[in-house]
Design a protein around this ligand. Sequence first.
Ligand code: SF4
Ligand code: SF4
Length: 149
Amino acid sequence: MSEIDDREVLVENPYHTARFKPVRKGKKPPKLIAVVHQSGCTGCEVCIAGCPVDSIELVPGPDANNPQFRQTVEIDIARCIGCQNCSQDCPWETITMYEHNDAFIAWGNETLKSDLYITQDALTKMNEENGISLEPANTEDSEATESAE
Ligand code: SF4
Ligand code: SF4
């Protein structure tokens, strides 16, 4: 989970459950992609039910003990097929359809908090918590092992 700071590079969160969902079919991206303006999102979840590809994800609120309080949603722009259901269903009119390239700029401007994309620092921390190190293997140890064989 990460507060968005436009000075930081974001990376895909490989631990998010959305990464286990089917990827979008077809070689061409859709003409339009939905983006949630999170400052206007009440977290009512109405949009989630109407998405045919299950690409709208809940973003929990700031209190880990009560994640539904001030929750919002975000759209996995890599999976959205641009059907427009969510932008039509949202009672608060806080989902907008953008041309494909504009969607990435809009996402940066309108997403306040994301679980799908996180900072490199947050990813490093999550990797450590999961016992994954990206440091190169200790070559001295491996050489010693090879010579002993
Ligand atoms: S436009 Fe359609 S596919 Fe994209 S997030 Fe909204 S409901 Fe889902
Ligand atoms: S329907 Fe609108 S207000 Fe409700 S969760 Fe979806 S984007 Fe937020």
